[in-house]
Design a protein. Sequence first.
Length: 68
Amino acid sequence: MAGAIIHFVGFKDERYLSAVKVWGPPTYIHRGWDLRAQREIEEGDTVVFADGPADQEPRAKSFNDITE
């Protein structure tokens, strides 16, 4: 995929709109920081967390997917 890849992790409130103002719209949205999300990050990608530090450990149990 060409261009900058932006991952948003754990956003579920008005902070999402604030993050979009700063970083632009995300390429991927992850419900939480888990091993599956970590595997999808490649060198050069930007990861924006709603909560916690950038070096936090991912949780072993995967978050469920968003249902519509």
